[in-house]
Design a protein around this ligand. Structure first.
Ligand SMILES: C[S@@+](CC[C@H](N)C(=O)[O-])C[C@H]1O[C@@H](n2cnc3c(N)ncnc32)[C@H](O)[C@@H]1O
Length: 301
């Protein structure tokens, strides 16, 4: 089906938001959109005004109609940009990455935030578009959510950041948990973050590295977060390839490949690399560099 599977409409306490107008399958591309304009990290009201001056009057009006949660602190043009801009490049706070450009997308800017998002945005550099994919099967009538920030922080910190940067109190499913459920959710997210931080230092203990990857993947699943599977699986691939366990390496590369396609589509950065290593793990530069040992493949093969 090629029709746009969503509508943008007013929602209680959230301004506008995006609602599925039919069932959407996991991995389906929901939107592919070019930016109205982009800005570097060193942006200001002045640089934004310059970009806007190159647009049509109608486009300028559309920009000015976007929401602005920084009205009290920033000049209007900059406030609108900071409320709505999405990264045009690799951007992942948990992995310490920050895209050097951000852009305004008239439709993608209407997606609200959840700390357990059901869609993912990624920048497709070869096409210069933002692409949004379903992270799980979505029913007709469900709201579509990106995650704006700090998914692996504990609830109180997430709420504080969302209030500071986007001006709202988050009542998403994850932030609405209480008591034991909240404690468990916080603990899972903290543990995933700790494992992501520890994994790069596991090169001399690759079995430990693979074990940490598996633990992080299991916790992500329990927490309902359908992200990071590609990068974590690629970490496990690298441990296996360095240890000359090419059979397990192949399976980890396949897992990274399939996860990257589901969350970002075939043009997503990394997909081609994962495909190459899935077909020929020995072509990786670290192949056979470590002590030879049998590690383990993903649990779900
Ligand atoms: C990029 S815009 C999203 C679209 C916006 N709702 C609109 O009307 O254009 C970001 C703003 O949406 C609102 N928002 C996003 N996620 C929200 C949520 N989970 N609950 C309440 N408001 C939210 C906040 O006001 C935030 O500053």
């Amino acid at each position: 089906m090629n029709d746009k599977p969503f509508t943008i409409q007013p929602l209680p306490h959230k301004g506008l938001g995006v609602i599925a107008t039919r069932p959407i399958a996991q991995g389906e591309e929901i939107l592919s959109e070019s930016p109205l304009f982009t800005q570097s990290i060193a942006r200001s009201a002045h640089t934004i005004a310059r970009s806007l001056s190159l647009l049509t009057k109608h486009e300028q009006e559309q920009y000015l109609a976007l929401s602005n949660c920084h009205q009290a602190q920033l000049p209007p043009l900059l406030g609108i940009f900071e409320t709505n801009a999405l990264p045009c490049g690799e951007n992942n706070a948990e992995l310490g990455l920050r895209a050097d450009r951000a852009g305004i997308f008239l439709q993608a800017s209407r997606f609200n935030s959840s700390c357990t998002p059901n869609v993912n945005n990624c920048w497709i550099n070869s096409k210069k578009v933002i692409s949004i994919h379903a992270l799980r099967d979505i029913a007709e009538g469900e709201e579509l959510y990106l995650c704006y920030t700090g998914m692996l922080d504990v609830r109180d910190k997430r709420r504080r950041l969302l209030k500071e940067k986007f001006g709202f109190d988050c009542h998403c499913e994850a932030c609405g948990r209480v008591g034991k459920e909240l404690k468990e959710s916080d603990r899972r997210r903290q543990t995933i973050q700790r494992l992501i931080d520890e994994i790069p230092a596991c090169h001399s203990l690759p079995a430990d590295g693979v074990r940490k990857v598996k633990t992080a993947l299991a916790l992500l699943r329990s927490e309902g977060i359908a992200l990071y599977e590609d990068t974590l699986s690629y970490d496990a691939f690298q441990f296996c390839v360095a240890s000359s366990d090419f059979q397990s390496a192949k399976m980890w590369a396949r897992k990274a490949y399939e996860a990257a396609i589901l969350s970002g589509g075939v043009d997503y950065d990394g997909v081609e690399k994962f495909r190459k290593y899935m077909e020929n793990p020995r072509s990786h530069m670290a192949a056979g560099m470590g002590r030879r040992m049998k590690l383990s493949p993903p649990d779900d093969v």
